[in-house]
Design a binder for this molecule. Sequence first.
Ligand SMILES: Cc1ncc(C[n+]2csc(CCOP(=O)(O)OP(=O)(O)O)c2C)c(N)n1
Length: 327
Amino acid sequence: MARIEIDEARCKGCGRCVVHCPKGLIEFSTELNERGYRYVIYEGDVEACTGCTMCAVVCPDQGVEVWNHRDKQTFVNTSGLTERMTHYCPGCTHGVIHRITAEVLEELGLLGRTVGIAPVGCSVLAYEYFNIDMFEAAHGRAPAVATGAKRARPECIVFTYQGDGDLASIGGNEILHAANRGEKITVIFINNAIYGMTGGQMAPTTLPGQRTTTSPLGRDVEDTGHPLRVAELLATLATPAYIARGSAHDAKHSITVKKMIKRAFEHQRDGTCFSFVEILSTCPTNWGLSPAESEQWVADEMIPYFPLGVLKEPAAQPAATPQEAQP
Ligand SMILES: Cc1ncc(C[n+]2csc(CCOP(=O)(O)OP(=O)(O)O)c2C)c(N)n1
């Protein structure tokens, strides 16, 4: 029998695992945990658990581990993150993207030589959560700090982790020129269509008609222009090696995001220029939606405007023919 273990103390009661368990084996407790959250419990016909790991994949709080029917642990919390609880709101997918990024660095054996650059925004404290060396940059300036770090220490793997206010608004100039110069850095860009940390103001990525605290009647594109598709913009430049957009709103798409982030870091490890992954992310608090409704909103509203996929990656070199391969 496969099984999972839920760390009740880490649970913020977002209920993502409740929604995503295909067998309906997870439910809310009637009790609150020490931090006041209605945590989840693994109940019911647990014999039915297949060990699919979907609960752990969608958990933003590293609160679930999984064992298969041979009692082999198949989902282990990554050593690329510290054990510190994040300050993110319940159901926010910043935590999922932190975990995926850390897992990739661990799997590629890069944790010991990676330097991250934290932004200003909800992820301002990312340096508390990643188990690597990190800098804190001024708002929007992470690509400049990353440029300095990478040029000074080219043997290091350097990445920025930035929100859409940070990267696309105040830092729009920074990212454009870092990409155009072909800096050998990796950028993880979190698009939640809003300024999260400061209270839900309109961002350059806010959708047409979307209500925010600074567009209470909905974004008027006649007045404020259309949302920026940053990945598409950067993909027009000659130098970037890899540009992709994924989404962390459900388990299947999060698995694809992991492949994209892995590819992006492989490009940097192998010395090619500038790699960039944009990830659509939820903001239940500022969207005024439940975590489950937020996932649906990403699927219904964001993905049609921000299509997913790899936008730029040089075609693989064709294998040498036997004649060419001869000395
Ligand atoms: C120079 C400067 N201007 C403005 C701010 C205020 N500020 C802090 S975070 C933020 C926006 C953050 O939004 P985003 O980058 O989308 O990240 P999120 O919080 O949504 O993850 C702003 C405008 C600041 N800290 N510094």
